[in-house]
Unconditional design. Sequence first.
Length: 274
Amino acid sequence: MSSTPAATTVTHGGRVHPRAAGFFTDWRTVSLRALRLTWRDPEAFGPALIIPVFFFVVNVGALQTFVEGSFPAGFDYKAFQLPVAVVFAVTGISRANSLVIDISDGYLDRLLLTPVRRGTLLLGLMTADFVLIVALATPVVVLGLVLGIDVATGVGGILLFVLLSGLWGLAFTGFPYAIALRTGNPTAVNNAFLLFFPFAFLTTAYLPEEAMTGWLATAVKFNPTTYLLDGMRTMLQVGWDWAPIGKAALAIGGMGALSFTLAFRALRGRVNRG
């Protein structure tokens, strides 16, 4: 059975009225429910891990010799491709489909009749998303280490690499949640991943920026994913160069600010309509 955010009650003249349990209690309750439902539905996130790993292995096997032969000695195509695999694994992961189900079966409307803090309805889902995203990024990174990638920044760099991956995936969750709350349509939510395709392919996913020309070279400069990948690759191949790492953090922050604004405005609009 689905749980609702905890609340205490107070009586006035024999009538029972709900009383808010507190912001963090509401946040924890929504998060734990979302996590329980996530682990009960592994087929929903299994492909998110299998597909990027498959393409990482295939791309490295097919292109490593060719690409490394075209660049100066020391260029590691595995380290160049690992951030791409991780970004593909973590982008678009959310419980937006579950939110649509909650909307269609009336569960969200029932929650809105309680004193639960409205913001926690999204923050709890996003917290569960972040846990899942980190859980997806970790085995991809471990695979890269098994294949012989030498991380220039050591253990600290690996931890920051996974953290940036998780924050990027979290930053992108606002888009499917905004679509879910505005439309209540599962098909529209499923198509939200298409928003990522320009970010995924109009960037340095397969070749370094210096190898690109024409309009593609221009598009790459305006794509936040370019700066994310550059920062992650710097940690793997160069070391603690804070300029590209900082740009990666700014790219994540900008994406999160945009998507979260859309999501929380959509939540406010649904609350007002309800």
